[in-house]
Every structure is written in C-alpha cells, then in structure tokens.
Design a protein around this ligand. Structure first.
Ligand code: FAD
Length: 505
C-alpha cells in the first residue's frame, strides 16, 4: 500500500501473533518498525518460553483467517508446505448434549500447532524491508518527555551482563500478552488506571499429543465436543496438527476441578464427554508424552480508553489489552481485528489528522472487542463459580443462556438431518463475523418460540417475560448490547461466504 511512510519509527513490544500483526500493519505507515522480544526467536517452529500457552491447541477463527490472509496472502500455502493439516480433506464432528453431526470446515484453511502458525507469520514479517527484530531483549519501561508523550522504551538484554539500553520511538505498541506491564509502567509514571473488567474464570486445560497410526490417516475426523457445565461435563477437542500428530484437550472452568494431567486420568476423562467416541479413538493412537496442563485464573479487559490523559505515542493490543477464555479460540482473531483497526485509524489520520489519536484508536478497538468479550464471558458464566467484576455489567446473561439452549437444540436436530441453516448462523456469530444482534433478534426469537412444549422453550419464555411478538425486539434491545461500531472491519462479503464452509448461508 502506502504512499509516503512519513511517521518515523514504531516499536512493538513482543513478537507473539499480536506483535507480528501490529508490526505488519505499522510497516505501511512508519519508516522503521522494530519488534523487541525477550525470547531468542527459534530458527524452526518450536515452543518458546515467552509463549507458554503455545503447547496447547490454537485455532484461528474464520474472521482471523480473513485478516491474516489479507496481510499475509498465501500464508495457508506456506503452512501446508510445512506439513499443516489441510481443512479441505476432512470433516469435523460437532457434539453437544443434543446429539452430534459432521460439518465441512471452511475451505482453504489449515490446522497446525501454534508454533508452526507463528513461525510462518514470522517468516513473512522478517521479509518486510522496514521491520527489524531485536530479540533476547526485555522491555523494562517507557520513556516519556516533559509533556508525558511516550518517546521510547527502556531495555535489558538477556545476556550475562544484563546490558541496559533504550530505543527511541514515535509510537510504542505494547503486545506483551497477559504478562504486559503497561498498566504498572503507567501507574509508576503517575497515571490512574481505570478499573478493568475481570472474569474470574479459573479455567484448566489438559492437552495430550499422539502419533496417528497409518491406518487412521485417511479416515481422520476432528471432534469438537461441547461442555455441559450444569453436569460438570468438560469441553473437549480432538484435533490434528502438522505431520499426522493428533491432540486431545480436556477443559473445565469455575468450581470444577482442573482436568487431570495424569495419563490414565486424562484418558478416563475423555470417556465422559458429549462425544462418546473420543476415548475410543485416542485409545488407538500412540501417545507421544504425558498430558500437560495450563491454568488461567482470570480474563482481563482493560479500559484504557477511559483515561482522558492517555499518553500520546502509546498503544496496547492483543492479550495485553483484553484476554479471553481460550476455549472459544478468539484471542488471535481479536488481535488481528485490533491490528486492522489500528491500520484503519492510521489511514484516516493520514488524510484527516485529529487530536488524541491514540485514545481514539483505543476506543475503536474497545468497540471491536466487545462482541468477543461478551460472547465468551456470558458463556463462561454457565460454570458455577465463574464471576464477572468491574464497573460495567454484562447484559442479558440468563436470557442468552436460555436462547442458546433452545437454538442449539433445534439447530442440532436440523444438522443431524443435514440442514445446517441454523447451525451455520451460530457458527458465523461465534466466528466473529455475524453481529450478535443479527442472531439474537425478534425474527429468530419468534421462529424459536413455536410451542414445541420443550422445557427449553418454557424457560426461554419465562426469561423473556414478554408474550407479544410485536414487543420482542424492544425487549431484546433492553437485554442485548447494541455492539455499535464493532464490525467496521468486515468489508469483504465474498470472504465471508467462504468462511461459512459447508454451512448454509
Ligand atoms: C491454553 C491457551 C490456548 C489458546 N488457544 C487459542 C486458540 O485456539 N485460538 C486463539 O485465537 N487464541 C488462543 N489462545 C490465546 C492466544 O494465545 C493469544 O490471544 C494470542 O497469542 C495473542 O497474544 P499476544 O500476541 O497478545 O500475546 P502472546 O502470544 O502471549 O505474545 C506475547 C509476546 O510478548 C513477549 N514479551 C512479554 N513481555 C515482554 C517484555 N517485557 N519485553 C519483550 N517481550 C515481551 C513474549 O515473550 C511473547 O513473545 C490461547 C491461549 C491459551 C492460554
């Protein structure tokens, strides 16, 4: 793109997915972009200490795939060349407490480990002329001038001497993930940080990898098995990554005990899922090592945009801005949406400069984050013991639970009969493509409430508290956030149709 790259130098803290995306976006506007990363970046796709979650399965949602494809055209081909699993060749089983059915995943996508995905994107970023990497270097603080503008970062090399240094910058973008120190650094500079929203989620992962024996290569099917929090049933994901390696995941949250990382107990846990066949399949695989766990106490959504005095020269994105329960696979996609938002704001600023640029970017990103935060938090609140805190309230929790229950029941029945029209709609919302308001609306509600006499319908009616269909929309507007401005970035209808995969449109 780019006319003149007149904006000087940008520094990105962290070379995770958010950092790589941010650097790629900034490279269209800034003369130089430097990514400062505390890890030594590996020469091949392997786990590294700075991204401890990378051992566990990482899916890219269709909206994230669209954005990655725009900034890194053909990245899926690179992944396939590295042995990633092509989506076109397999179906995925979806299972929940109402039944199970196969779906076709979106075309031209691939499933891989997180290290492979990150490695492929990093290779692309390394080829961008005006982006440099400064690895093995930890960022320790922000440099500011007399007016409070952020003008660079302090660094400490991770060598024996722990050499200290600094890098000047016209823009610093913090993408240091969940361990970001942005809030602490700003507090140390005298800023008051608004109270973040916190979802006390106490979630646990247990992931085990296996070699898939030859006879199972061709008939492989991945399985997404939904949780049933009321009955303490775990979520599970049986998946394939590069080079015919499979993984099994057990997930629970709230007051439930963390899924076990003992090999026998993990296998036993796989027997008690909505998808009955998972344990049978894993018993035919060749375990590579014992399961490993990952635990997260909280998801955090910062509200930096509420600071009137937010410093010029600083942005925050990715998990450092808002982190999510990973089971919904949203984190990387939201990071991509945020990076895209920064690009759009820089473009607008170039043609029509406005004051308080950084704070306005944070406001736009906050709107873009809202659907993902709301969808995952509302869903997590089904687990006993999960709590939301902060000055904001989460709207519509009980109503959404009842609505989704009835919708899922009906959608599953249709999907088993090979009609994916309902399930596809829900998939598109969860892929962050379809705005929730187009899912939770009066028309869908009226179709759902067709007096089938089910317990789910009675519960939804009771929660709705309104029997006149003419008033349904007004009631829904009271219950569901408006999500205004959240879908600015979604401009390519052709890509959206592809993202629906084998589902009905
Ligand atoms: C168990 C688990 C499973 C997940 N599964 C999925 C999934 O299926 N799909 C999905 O989209 N998301 C998933 N996520 C979320 C996903 O990992 C993140 O949202 C995503 O990686 C974006 O993170 P990020 O780039 O902001 O941070 P990270 O990927 O965590 O990267 C932060 C980077 O900053 C570096 N860094 C930190 N501090 C400093 C410093 N002071 N100086 C220099 N460098 C620093 C780190 O070394 C690291 O490289 C999962 C998360 C977990 C915990």
């Amino acid at each position: 793109m780019a006319e003149s790259k007149a904006l000087g130098k940008a520094v990105v803290i962290g070379a995770g997915i958010a950092g790589l995306l941010a650097a790629r976006v900034l490279s269209d506007f800034y003369e130089n972009v430097v990514i400062v990363e505390r890890d030594t970046l590996p020469a091949e796709p392997v786990n590294r200490p700075g991204v401890p979650q990378s051992y566990h399965p990482h899916r890219v949602l269709p909206r994230g795939d669209m954005i990655l494809g725009r900034y890194f055209p053909g990245y899926i081909t690179d992944m396939l060349e590295m042995g990633a699993d092509p989506s076109d060749e397999e179906s995925v089983i979806i299972a929940n407490r109402y039944g199970s059915f196969p779906i076709q995943p979106p075309k031209n996508t691939a499933s891989s480990s997180r290290p492979l995905l990150e490695w492929v994107i990093r290779q692309r970023v390394q080829r961008v002329e005006n982006i440099q990497f400064l690895s093995n270097t930890e960022v320790t603080g922000l440099i500011t001038d007399d007016r409070g503008t952020v003008t660079g970062i302090y660094t400490r090399e991770r060598n024996e001497q722990k050499t200290e240094g600094s890098v000047t910058a016209d823009m610093v973008v913090d993408t240091a993930g969940r361990s970001s120190k942005a809030a602490n650094w700003l507090e140390a500079l005298g800023y008051q940080i608004p109270e973040p929203e916190i979802l006390k989620v106490s979630l646990g992962y247990s992931t085990r990898y296996y070699k898939i024996p030859e006879p199972l290569h061709k008939e492989w099917r991945s399985i997404l098995s939904d949780a049933d929090p009321d009955k303490g049933v775990c979520s599970s994901y049986l998946f394939r990554i590069e080079n015919n390696v499979a993984g099994s995941l057990l997930f629970s949250a709230g007051d439930e005990p963390y899924p076990s990382t003992d090999s026998d107990e993990h296998q036993e846990g796989l027997k008690h899922l909505a998808a009955a066949e998972v344990a049978d399949i894993t018993s035919q695989l060749e375990p590579i090592q014992a399961p490993r766990g990952y635990r997260v106490k909280e998801s955090v959504r910062h509200h930096f945009e509420r600071m009137d005095n937010w410093p010029a020269g600083l942005l925050v994105l990715g998990d450092a801005f808002c982190s999510f329960d990973p089971i919904y696979g949203q984190g990387m996609t939201v990071a991509a949406i945020e990076a895209e938002t920064i690009g759009k704001c820089l473009q607008e600023q170039r043609s029509n400069p406005q004051p308080q640029f950084e704070r306005r970017v944070l406001e736009r990103m906050q709107r873009a984050v809202e659907p993902a935060w709301w969808l995952s938090s509302v869903s997590d609140l089904r687990w006993k013991g999960v709590e939301h805190s902060g000055t904001d309230t989460l709207k519509g929790v009980a109503f959404v639970h009842k609505f989704i229950d009835l919708f899922t029941k009906k959608a599953t029945k249709l999907a088993i009969e090979n009609n994916f029209s309902m399930y596809g709609t829900m998939f598109m919302m969860n892929s962050l493509i379809l705005p929730p308001n187009e899912f939770f609306n009066a028309k869908v509600l009226a179709e759902l409430l067709n007096d089938d006499g089910s317990e789910e319908e009675q519960q939804l009616r009771a929660e709705l508290g309104e029997s006149d269909p003419q008033k349904f929309q007004a009631r829904i507007d009271e219950l569901i956030p408006s999500f205004e401005g959240a879908y600015d970035g979604l401009l390519n209808p052709a890509a959206v149709t592809n993202a629906g995969g084998g589902f009905g449109s």
